[in-house]
Each structure stands twice: as structure tokens, then as C-alpha cells.
Design a protein around this ligand. Sequence first.
Ligand code: BES
Ligand code: ZN
Length: 632
Amino acid sequence: MKKILLVAGCLSLLLFACNSRGGSKQKEEVKEPQSATEAVFDNNDYHTLSNANEVLGKHLALDIEVDFKQHSISGTATWDIEKQKAEADKFIVDTRALLIDSIKYGDGTKADFELGEADSILGAPLSISLKPETKQVKIFYRTTKSATALQWLEPAQTFGKKKPFLYTQSESIHARSWIPVQDGPGVRYTYNAKVKVPKGLMALMSAENPQTVSEEGIYEFKMNMPIPAYLMALAVGDIKFQAIDNRTGVYAEPEMLAKAHKEFEEVGAMVHKAEELYGPYRWGRYDILVLPSGFPIGGMENPKLTFCTPTILAGDKSLVNLIAHELAHNWSGNLVTNQTWNDFWLNEGFTIYFERRIMESMMGKDYADMLWEIGYQDLEAVVADLGKESEDTHLRLNLKGRNPDEGLTDIPYEKGGHLLRLIEQTVGRSKMDAFLTKYFNENAFKTMNTRDFTDYLNKNLLNEVTEWKAKVNINEWLYAPGIPRTCPRAGKLRFNKVDTATAQFLKGDMSFSQKTGKWSTFEWMHFLRKLSKTPLSPEQMKALDHTFQLTQTQNSEKADLWYLLALKSKYEPAYPAMEAFLMVTGREKFLQPLYKEMMATSEGATMARAIYKKARPNYHPLTQRVIDEIVK
Ligand code: BES
Ligand code: ZN
């Protein structure tokens, strides 16, 4: 332990020395921590209690029933196993808050098992005794009210208001709360499933999916490509399908289907653009499921079926970059998967880069530059928030003993994405693209860790020209805090115009409003973010609202920033709309800043408590935990 601290200490000393020289170009080298002697920097997955390296669950056959009255999933998980070590006599899977009824071997005889003590972060290991000849185990189980992956919606919480809805969110380590599974990103398996649901409802998974409702409420699924547990997904509800083209389509509640279909009509073309960049889409169909508004995140890259929030249905396709993001994960993440949650930037940083390349090819460079600039602002904000010396601002994280959800900041996303952009700018685009295509192909269906990536990058790209390695100086990104001085900045062609408009507005000149007709969501975001640096007067707020109807906007990104500005400026006419927004939206990214801002003043806190009391039941159980910590 001491050794680790020492290394961390040295690292900050180095950086201190380097910072204190201010603008000097000369820089001490950041060294990669030496792994052999330091447990912190090994590549073990400390977030699974399973033993995949001894006995691997290779194929899962799920046979489950969804009970909306009990809020429980029950049935069997049958694992085909493969011994990795001949002497292994136990198959250990992760569980969290699961009830295990019994376990049988493939031949139908009873198996001995032990459910270990539950760890508050990791859950409980389920250890199943194996006989020398055992090839299969069948676990009879059911989920409980504490399942962290499941959100059960009452009919009133759906668009249709008539039928209940259920969805899962398994990333990072929540799959274990609805399936007994070796729940680490480094473990892959194939699966098939039979799912029984109430008649009239549709069931969908991260697998080959039905397009029509089954009479008896029984659905069969197949996923023939090996995936890690965090990509297990299930949704059940009043859902209909509409095709976009012959391999893409949209699922949504009937009330939302037409709107969703319109918003996503270019997704077929988007998949082609992605393929032009980094090679074939390997998962067969690419469909999107639009969830009810309680969905806690923006999107989730479940294979074959991206899950997404309805808050991106802005009516003008202006938030489809989120779909580009989830689509891109079908290469970065789903094909080449981070080995442990410490390497999360290999999933998300690559995906941010890929997302913006897709958007650039669809919308042009000046558009993509706005995404990069917004992302850079997010990066600055998260570094300020975590502290510029914080180890949590390293790309390579150290989440041992912590909840992996703590790694879910903008660091892996934006610092990771910007590192790839620096590499691109160093080697040129054509070399970058050839490298990435090769990387995805050669590592498809495998896992990758930060160290192996560095080796792969050097060997296949940076070693080619002597200066490249020094120029990228990758260790500074991976193992040192803050934003490296070499961090690329995007062109500001479109945002410069917004800055001019902002300056005019602050001088009381509204003539810029003639030009905002062409603004995209991102120009609005930039404008509203700039304004929120200082409170505005009631007259200024009124002028903005009167001219642009911001209180009534149906664009969630604009709404969120506008309500934030309204709170800062105490612009009360926006409060009822904000309350309505908080009542229906479960997307944590929007909720957190609004509740935090309210809690900053005593009148605000009273309002926050009153709204949260009513809205809380509409939020995901994990979101409730987060907001509980804010609204006290
Ligand atoms: N895979 C993530 C979501 C995730 C990560 C959930 C870690 C739980 C743990 C997904 O691809 C994602 O990044 N979603 C973003 C989209 C945005 C960056 C465009 C979101 O939900 O906001
Ligand atoms: Zn992502």
C-alpha cells in the first residue's frame, strides 16, 4: 500500500514541478505505473466475485416469467459451463438481492450450493459445487424489490397510461440483480431466452427480437454472439414496431411511435456512415427502443437494440447524436470491450470520438466542432468539480473497493475522446481511420485494457514516426490528472457567432434574434450556458422568454439549461414548467443540476423538497438514491 501512495506522491510532485514552470514546453515524463509490484495497477476485475478464470459460463438459457403484480422476475438460468482449470470444483456467479430456490445439474439431480455473504457494492457470490462430469447447472431463482437493474412502471408512468412497463439497465454491475451471472465485462457468453409476460404486452431483449405481439405472451430470443453481462437487457410493455429500412427500425409505445419514427428516419443512413468509417456492423439488425420518460439515462448500447430516453425526441432530429453514440458502441464496447471498469474510457472515450466522426460525416465539420466544444466545456467543468489533482481525472481509473458507477463522470468520455482526437491530429486522419478499423477487427469479441491498448497503439501506429509518441505523450493522459496542455480545441466558427449574439443581448440589443432561426440545439446550449455564468435581471429573462418561448420549449436540453438559468435569476414564471419537467423526466443528467441549484438557497430548498416528494416515485431506484443525497 505504501508503495502505491509513494508512486502517486511522485507523480504529483512531477506534475507540480511541471506546472510551476508555467508555459515552458519542457516536461517531465509521466511514467506508466509499474504493475508487477503494485496491486492497484493490475488488470484484475475487482467488481465480480465470480470465477470465470476457473469455470466459465459459456452459454445461458433463460426461462423466466415477468410478474407485474409482485414486481418480480422468476424462473431458471441454465448455464453451460467449461472448466478452465481441470481441478476446479465450483462454479461461482454473481448475484444481488436474488432469491435462490434450488439448483440442479444437467441430469436433473440436486446440486449443492452456497450463497455467500452480501457485499454492499458487489452483492453475494453464489457458489455451486461441481461434479467431475458436470457440464450444466440450472438455477431456480427470483428477483426481489431490491433489484437495482429493474424499473417497474405503473400505467400512469407510461405514455399510454393503460399498461405497466418494465425495463432493465444492467451496466455497470446490475445484471446480477436480475440474473445469476458472471458479471464482469471481461466475461462473454451467448444466450437464448424464453420470456413469459402478461398477454397483450411485447417483450424485447438485447437479441433477435419479435416485431409483433405474441398471443400467449410468450417470446423466444437468441443472441448468438458472445456478450458480457452488462449488455443483458429486457423491456416489457405496450410496444409496437415500425421499420426504418430493411435492417433498422423503431420500437415505442403506440402513442410515441410516429414521432420516434420521424425523428429517427435517418438512422438507416447513419449505420451506413458508421460502416464507412470503421467497418461492417456485425450485429445483424440495428433497432432502437424508445422508453417511457422515467428512463434514468440518455441511452444504452444494448446489442441489436439501443435503449433510449424519449427526451431526445426534439421534433427536429437535433439530438440524434445520442443515437450515433449508442450505435458507435457496437464497435467500441460491444465488439472491443473494456476489460475492467478501470478501463471504462476504452468504451466511452472511443465512442465519443466515433460518435462525433459519424456526426461530422452527416452534418459537416462546423457542426461536429460544436459537439467537441460542448464536450470540452464539460471536461473543464468535471475537472474543476473533481479537483485538477484528483486521481479520478486520470483516464485509467482506480475503482478497487468502490462502486464502479463512481467512475461514470465526463472524464472517460471527454478526456478519452479528446485523447483520440489528439492522436488523429498527430498522425493524420487516414492513418487514424485505418488504425481504428484494424483495432476493431483484430480485437472483435475480445477485451482490452489500458496497458494493452498503449502497446497496440505504439506497435500499430505511433512507432512509425519518431516524434509521434512524444507528441501524444499518452501516459500523461492515462496516469496523470487534469487536462493535458496538448488537449485539442475545436474550431469555433458557429459558436463565435453565438458569442457575438450573447454580447449584444447583454447590452440590451435583441437584434440577434433574427439570426437564431438557424440555431441548432448546440448553439442554444452554448448561449444558455454562457448566460448562466451570472444571474440575469427579470427584464432580461422576460425578454428572452417573450422572444423565444423558452419556458415552453419541447427540447429537453434547452429546457434543462433554461430552468437552471431561471432558478439562478429567480425567474418565477418558468417554475411551473420546470416542475412539470421534473415530474415526468427521470433522466438523471437533467435532474441533478436542477435539484442542486434549488438546494443552494433556502426558498429553493423548500421548493425542491415539495417537488421531489411528488416526483420521487417516478424516478429509477438508483436515481432516487442520488437525489436523496441532494434533497435533504
Ligand atoms: N453505456 C453508456 C451508459 C452507461 C454507462 C450506463 C455506464 C451505466 C454505466 C451509454 O452509452 C452512454 O454513454 N449514454 C450517455 C449518452 C451520451 C454520452 C450521448 C447518456 O446516457 O447520457
Ligand atoms: Zn456511451
